[in-house]
Design a protein around this ligand. Sequence first.
Ligand code: URA
Length: 179
Amino acid sequence: MNLRALSKIASNCIQCPLHESRTNVVFGEGRIDADIMLIGEAPGKNEDETGKPFVGMSGKLLSEIISEAGLKRSDIYITSIVKCRPENNRNPRKLEYSKCINLYLSNQIELINPDVIGLLGNSAVYALIGKKNIKQIHGETYELNGRKYMALFHPAAALYSRALLPQLKKDMIKLSNAI
Ligand code: URA
């Protein structure tokens, strides 16, 4: 199975209730051999409309932070723990993200085989490494099942609370140095 085949399967996915309200599946984008993978929470309105991850306001901020850290967005593989937009941007439910991770994200991680995975926001952090308090653990690396993870604030959180922005920028630089 390669990423293209997996993406094709995902595009017709009806394995959880999120398929009912989506317009497009947002599988992910970036280099298939990326050294860095970034994983967010869920597509929002703009992502649902375009089928691309992080293209709305938080996506624009994310692009800025990535380039300020000396990285190229197109060199990174970017996706989320669920590939379909939850209605009214509610948090994805455990059954939804567990299924989506098992079916798609875990395979994406194996196929891309990044050096380090940046988890953007509490939902991704909890779903992938089971930790709850991003305020305490952001910027630290965690090894789990042979993979290296780092928690970073979600860019949407930095838009909402500007005080988080400098820390998010610092953590992105740390992430770039963790490869
Ligand atoms: N927020 C996410 O977590 N993922 C997206 O794709 C867009 C916004």
